[in-house]
Write a new protein. Structure first.
Ligand code: ZN
Length: 355
């Protein structure tokens, strides 16, 4: 090996997927991204990921310098088995997809997989707004609300891989509590996700463009319906943060997505609400801050998905990669004989993305 060590990072997103080559210090050396086209089903999505991974791998200046592959998946996962479970944003996926093994077989690289909230928590902890802490939480506040928990410097996945589901704690026990996408009533996500804020603003009488950005701008411009939706979201988010704070006693809580784009509308009232619903002893030295990684979060999350498990004494790592394609890979390739397309729907024949 003559080149600098690199990790192949793969990000499976609901809208876009990407592969990148990253140094251990988080510099991106190559990147390619294409639409996920999840509506085409599991075979097509996995063929896209294989195409992305192979394209990035082929761009490595020294193939021997690739030390492994990390996958950040926007879906429920069993991280230590490298399995992706079905999700509403990934229609047609079988009960278990051995994604880490499929990519390991394809690339010949030891491959580790994490849920994207957990992987982004690791990335913010190592490279972003969580640096310098030992116990922190990262909350996605996007289409849904999820969290990654770092406790004592290590990712806490929970006994069954569902640790940190703060979006589905109950913050409204009234008879008028909203029904959440998960089927429960009164979940934080039903009030404070980006989608929920928009939905509630429309119910309140907001009639502008139906996007999170537009409803935030309307709130800033004095639209009462939009302002009330954000005020309610901030109050409920604060209750969720209070639960998290009382349970975990973190040094820092890092908020992503909506809380970054609309931090002026959400952050201060959410912190005030959290302080009303938790002990002063727990919150007085707790900082609640927006995420810091911006559009680098996905690449760094994939990098950290690899680094975290490779540093965890090897427990649960996928078996060493086999040479040649496995039956699983052959099955996927046979069922999805297509090439991914670019943003405008054209088939990609040649890709370069050195950055
Ligand atoms: Zn729920």
């Amino acid at each position: 090996m003559t080149g600098e060590p690199l990790v192949l990072g793969v990000d499976l997103g609901g809208t876009k997927s990407a592969a990148s080559l990253l140094t251990l210090s988080g510099e991106t050396r190559f990147r390619i991204a294409v639409p996920t086209q999840a509506e085409r089903g599991a075979g097509a999505v996995i063929a896209t990921l294989i195409f992305l991974a192979q394209t990035a791998q082929n761009a490595a200046p020294d193939p021997a310098a690739l030390i492994g592959c990390g996958v950040s998946a926007g879906a429920p996962v069993d991280a230590l088995r490298g399995i992706v479970f079905p999700a509403p944003n990934l229609p047609g996926f079988p009960p278990e997809t051995p994604l880490a093994q499929i990519l390991a077989d394809t690339t010949g690289l030891l491959t580790h997989l994490e849920n994207d909230a957990d992987a982004t928590a690791l990335a913010e902890y190592r490279f972003g707004a969580g640096q310098g802490t030992q116990t922190m939480a990262f909350l996605t506040v996007g289409t849904g609300i999820g969290a990654g928990l770092i406790i004592g410097g290590k990712l806490h996945r929970g006994a069954f891989g569902a640790g940190g589901e703060i979006g589905h704690v109950c913050v409204d026990t009234s008879s008028a509590a909203r029904v959440c996408n998960c089927g429960l009533r009164g979940c934080l996500e039903a009030y404070a996700s980006g989608v929920s804020v928009l939905k509630i603003a429309i119910e309140n009488g907001y009639s502008g463009e139906p996007t999170g950005v537009a409803v935030a701008n309307a709130a800033r411009s004095g639209d009462r319906a939009a302002q009330e939706a954000f005020a309610d979201a901030a109050d409920k988010l604060g209750r969720g943060l209070a639960t998290l704070a009382m349970l975990l006693n973190p040094e820092r809580i890092v908020l992503g997505t909506l809380a970054v784009h609309a931090s002026d509308l959400l952050l201060a009232p959410a912190i005030a609400s959290m302080r009303r619903h938790a002990w002063n002893r727990v919150t007085e030295n707790l900082s609640v801050v927006p995420a810091a990684l911006g559009d680098r979060a996905q690449d760094l999350a994939a990098l950290c998905a690899y680094l975290a498990q490779s540093g965890e004494s090897g427990a649960g790592n996928p078996p060493p990669p086999k040479s040649g394609a496995s039956d699983k890979t052959c099955f996927v390739l046979r069922t999805a004989p297509h090439l991914p397309t670019n943003e405008t729907g054209d088939t990609i024949n040649a890709v370069s993305g050195v950055v």
